[in-house]
Design a protein around this ligand. Sequence first.
Ligand code: NI
Length: 161
Amino acid sequence: MILTVPDFTLKQIAKPVVNFNTMELNALIAKMFSIMEAKDGVGLAAPQIGISLQIFVYGFSVCKRYPDAPPVPKGVAINPQILSVADDLIELEEGCLSVPGRRGLIKRNKAITFSAADATGERYEKTLYDFAARIVQHEIDHLNGILISDRASNLYDSVLI
Ligand code: NI
């Protein structure tokens, strides 16, 4: 499984999902979870596998790439909208499966409240903090064509990919 996709897909604004409760959507979400887990990721957005749709998955219990991160319950977010963010910014080293071998220090809001649809199309609201809030901000960035290279002032080599 290779996560190298054309740059333009990663830099595009992803399209909203319009058809919910379909076999295709459920299969895509299942595939995204399995790729994320196989790659030891903490989150994955559809544009990262070449699909320009506003979908991301996240969550893990233990992650080799972020050994100090506390577990984050799994979630799916479709057509997400940021409702509010905490003013507090936290700077932390961050990587991305689409930018292998590179990491950078990125400031993210300590908390985020967002709304999104689940696979049935029902919308929900959620507030997440700290590392979970960071993941969601990173994945929403992917849906807007923004990569860690756009956020970090410089990226450096990392063995943690
Ligand atoms: Ni990423």
